[in-house]
Design a protein around this ligand. Structure first.
Ligand SMILES: [Zn+2]
Length: 468
């Protein structure tokens, strides 16, 4: 009798929580404004955008919760350059304490807009710390609100190609033509961000031009949410001190404007970053854009194509959901004693002649890395929704890694979301490490071991296979 009572109690709790019977999809979405107040730092370790002085367009945390009656998952996309694991973990704990949502069923990722604070403690003023705490609370609020908004739903997915908007930003150059790196080392073969070469041969890698779409509607066909996924680093064209969510925010707001139904909750657009660690901003196709104009143009174009695709997509409510999370421990590329001495020398003498205009920045980064632990443990996640799979990693993943994973995946359709559940820096494959270039230079933005890409990709594939 006692047992039956407990079961009934649990069942009513589940019902109160909005769960449905197995195979009947429910979905809810929400967004919460996370725009920083004036004064919060927009600086990275290299780009210095100064403190916030004005808002061009607002930043949000956007959440999509899906529940098949047995398994509940959340996908949360945050308008930030990158978000530390402890910020996401803090948000997951807040949600878990309030509703019991398992913390390992929440995928939280940053978009990589560069006109937003880095939620990884680069800024050190009290106002920056306050923003971290505030953003943590608000990311949690987005999930809690999305849970409250759960209604019976149907889901469809598809994709289109956007070749013209994407390019590899690492260029393979003739031997001997590339300037020394910030540490004064010669022999690199890559011209990338801040690199110089007299003889470019070709792009050093492929791009993934697939724009993927997950459409979630209620049973009347009214839009609940749209999750987009594309692999361009960011669009840029900012002004110093101005906050912007870049094309990620433009896409999301366009989706809301185009697909919301009067009398219902607004349609929430979420724009996730795929595998853009080595891809450049948009090709301007001969256009000259004013500040902020390019991101608006491309955000609108992506949303227009997405709306057209959704009209043709079959939607289904009989879908089962599965999700797994796995820790992976990797070595950190810590600086040698010799490198630390070099860095101390550079930093001790402000007049010292340096081999590269960024040598001082990298000397400073060397000192940061010298205090890192020998190993770090990252979170990898894999999700399956019917025949659709999603893999995630906390890094700035290269296009070739994503393409290889999509090809090897046992699922009919696979999406990759980068910058998820923490920040592990750039993830060049071993052969790209050997070629050198900005993305490989050791810093807080590139610190995982040389074989991290292979280990992460192989683990992601095992996880996708176990969800088959
Ligand atoms: Zn980046």
């Amino acid at each position: 009798m006692k047992k039956i009572l407990i079961s009934t109690f649990l069942l009513s709790l589940l019902l109160l929580n909005g769960s449905a019977s197995a195979g009947e999809l429910r979905a809810g979405a929400a967004k919460v404004d996370i725009t920083p107040p004036p004064g919060v730092s927009l600086d990275g370790s290299i780009s210095k955008n100064g403190p916030v002085s004005a808002i061009h367009d607002r930043l949000h945390a956007r959440a999509l919760v899906l529940d098949d009656g047995t398994t509940r998952i959340a996908i949360v996309i945050v308008d930030s350059c990158m978000v530390a694991e402890e910020v996401f973990d803090g948000a997951k704990q807040i949600v878990h304490k309030q509703t019991g949502f398992p913390t390992d069923r929440m995928l939280m990722a940053a978009t990589h807009t560069h006109a937003a604070p880095r939620l990884i403690h680069i800024g050190t003023n009290p106002i920056d710390d306050e923003y971290h705490r505030d953003a943590t609370q608000k990311i949690a609020q987005a999930v809690l609100q999305a849970e409250k908004n759960l209604v019976p739903a149907q889901l469809g997915h598809g994709s289109f190609q956007l070749e013209g908007l994407i390019a590899c930003r690492r260029f393979l150059c003739e031997p001997g033509s590339v300037e020394p790196n910030p540490f004064g080392e010669t022999g690199e073969r890559i011209k990338s961000v801040a690199g110089k070469s007299s003889a470019v041969i070709k792009p050093a890698g492929p791009v993934d031009p697939e724009f993927s779409v997950i459409s979630v509607q209620d049973h009347q066909g009214d839009q609940i949410a749209v999750l987009g996924n594309f692999s361009v680093h960011y669009c840029g064209g900012y002004r110093r001190g101005l906050v912007s969510a870049d094309y990620f925010g433009q896409f999301s707001e366009q989706i809301q404007a185009k697909l919301s139904t009067t009398g219902k909750l607004p349609a929430i657009g979420l724009m996730s970053n795929g595998t853009s660690g080595n891809t450049g901003a948009f090709q301007n196709q001969g256009r000259k854009f004013q500040p902020f104009e390019g991101m608006q143009y491309y955000g609108r174009m992506m949303a227009d194509k997405t709306v057209k695709l959704i009209e043709e997509l079959p939607h289904n409510s009989d879908l089962d959901i599965a999700m797994i999370q796995k820790p992976l421990t990797l070595h950190v590329r810590k600086p040698s004693a010799e490198r630390v001495e070099w860095a101390k020398g550079i930093l001790a003498d402000p007049d010292a002649k340096t081999p590269h205009r960024w040598s001082r920045i990298y000397a400073n980064e060397t000192m940061h890395l010298s205090k890192y632990p020998e190993t770090t443990t990252i979170k990898l996640q894999a999700i399956r929704i019917g025949d659709l799979a999603i893999a995630s990693a906390p890094c700035e993943v290269f296009a070739e890694s994503g393409l290889a994973l999509k090809k090897a995946s046992p699922h009919p359709k696979t999406i990759h979301i980068e910058l998820a559940n923490g920040y592990g820096g750039y993830l060049p494959p071993r052969e790209q490490h050997e070629l050198g270039g900005y993305e490989t230079w050791p810093a807080r933005s590139s610190f995982l071991e040389v074989d991290a890409e292979r280990k992460i990709r192989e683990t992601q594939l095992e996880m996708l296979e176990s969800l088959k």
